[in-house]
Design a protein around this ligand. Structure first.
Ligand SMILES: [Zn+2]
Length: 230
């Protein structure tokens, strides 16, 4: 192979190496933290927190309702006891009892509402827990395939690295330096029908002649990539 062809082969191997590294990294992170499982865990934690907050409010409201009921009962008893003789006092107390009854009913209503919310929250927790199970099952069932892919990519990566090192060693020093000097990426471009395929500018006739003759390094006058016949 001519130096430019060696450099093209080298460049292709380097590109393959990069792809493999990306794939390996992606699968490794998927195997260590599966984003679907993480999202399902977060969702479950959120609905659980909501459920706990509701339970707390329900207990609080239960306590309030009970103390309210106790007050109401004792007032009613007092009212019925016949100990209070003054009509104005009786009137006042009966007003108070009426008021306590109304607010007790309100509290009961509110508590019923809280209980309904609590049931909904419980259903949401169950559903989220199921989703998490599903996500975990999915992750586990994907795992063998992912591990298999990972192993085959790692094997290929080692081969690609060995190949690219072998090819690089065959590239004459001047060509190696020329390759390393190119700032454009990727550094080698193929030429087809007198055109640099990277920047699509026509290669000069002297450039084409040099390319056909072939042992030296010819660069594109426009993008300065190393040219090689397609
Ligand atoms: Zn070019």
């Amino acid at each position: 192979m001519k130096p430019a062809q060696l450099l093209l082969a080298y460049q292709r191997l380097i590109e393959r190496e990069r792809e493999l590294r990306d794939d390996i990294e992606r699968v490794e992170s998927l195997l260590s933290v599966n984003p679907d499982v993480v999202a399902a865990e977060e969702a479950l934690a959120n609905v659980r927190a909501e459920q706990q907050a509701l339970q707390l409010r329900l207990r609080e409201s239960d306590r309030e309702r009970e103390s309210h009921r106790t007050r109401l009962r004792s007032r009613e008893k007092e009212l019925m006891s016949g100990r209070i003789r003054s009509p104005s006092e009786l009137m006042q107390m009966s007003e108070e009892v009426k008021h306590l009854k109304a607010s007790f009913e309100e509290k009961e209503e509110a508590e019923l509402h809280l209980m309904e919310e609590g049931e909904l929250a419980e259903a949401a927790v169950l559903e989220s827990a199921e989703r998490l199970d599903e996500a975990r099952t999915r992750a586990t069932s994907d795992e063998p395939t992912l591990r298999h892919d990972l192993a085959s990519w790692q094997t290929e990566l080692e081969a690609v690295q060995a190949d690219s090192a072998g090819i690089w060693a065959q590239v004459p020093l001047a060509a190696q330096n020329a390759y390393l000097r190119v700032r454009a990426h990727p550094p080698v471009a193929e030429v087809d029908r007198n055109q640099c395929l990277a920047c699509h500018v026509t290669v000069t006739s002297s450039g084409m002649q040099a390319l056909r003759k072939g042992d030296g390094i010819v660069t594109c006058e426009n993008c300065s990539r190393i040219l090689v016949m397609a």
